[in-house]
Design a protein around this ligand. Structure first.
Ligand SMILES: CC(C)(COP(=O)(O)OP(=O)(O)OC[C@H]1O[C@@H](n2cnc3c(N)ncnc32)[C@H](O)[C@@H]1OP(=O)(O)O)[C@@H](O)C(=O)NCCC(=O)NCCS
Length: 179
């Protein structure tokens, strides 16, 4: 197993960022667009590379979520992907170990939007499926995001930030998919 490296976006060379982007383009069957890529930038990347080949990646970026009117500093996992030919060997689990460590140390909550069919990976790691309504805080006001209710998962990290998954959860605004 390749030991993952953790680097802020600013610490990755342009060639490494291009390798990550190409991995994501290959990995996501439904496509990975420029807004998805933008969502993965500006925080910490966890990368596993085998020589010149990028094998696995995820990013943890900071977002503000509002849970029942309480603002929560959240580590949001983006762009988890493993090179198709290297799947089934524990790379995603190893990358998520690092992502969850970052979240536990630096944030009040973890959150992510699970791709269809991948929910089991997160449930097996202790992530909780959100049971309540989800929203986004748009410039025009708070807006329901019903299509994201079933794909939103959270990781509770501290007794100081108890999470009632039947409550309301709103995310900050951004281009592309809000969650
Ligand atoms: C999902 C993905 C990251 C898994 O990568 P991987 O390296 O094959 O996963 P691992 O080998 O680390 O598997 C870890 C565990 O998750 C489980 N798992 C892996 N893929 C899964 C899936 N699609 N659905 C449910 N469980 C899955 C494995 O069975 C394994 O469980 P175990 O520990 O009980 O054996 C990879 O298939 C991928 O890149 N998919 C395309 C991009 C994508 O959908 N990313 C997720 C965005 S939310």
């Amino acid at each position: 197993m390749i030991r993952p490296r953790i680097a802020h976006t600013c610490q990755l060379r342009p060639a490494e960022l291009s390798q990550i982007r190409r991995l994501l383009d290959r990995a996501f069957p439904g496509g990975f667009d420029d807004a998805d890529w933008d969502h993965a930038l500006g925080g910490l990347h966890i990368v596993a590379a085998d020589g010149d080949q990028m094998v696995a990646h995820a990013a943890v970026v900071q977002r503000q979520l509002v849970h029942d009117n309480r603002v929560i500093r959240t580590g949001y996992v983006e762009a988890l992907a493993v090179e198709p030919s290297r799947r089934g060997h524990g790379y995603a689990a190893r990358i998520m170990d690092e992502a969850e460590h970052i979240i536990r140390v630096a944030y009040q909550l973890g959150a992510l939007s699970a791709s269809e069919g991948v929910e089991g990976l997160y449930l097996s790691r202790g992530w909780l499926a959100w049971q309540g309504p989800t929203y986004v805080l748009t410039p025009a006001g708070i807006t329901r995001t019903p299509d994201d209710d079933d794909s939103t998962f959270v990781l509770a990290v501290s007794a100081k930030t108890p999470v009632v998954v039947t409550g309301t959860l709103a995310c900050d605004w951004r281009d592309g998919d809000p969650w």
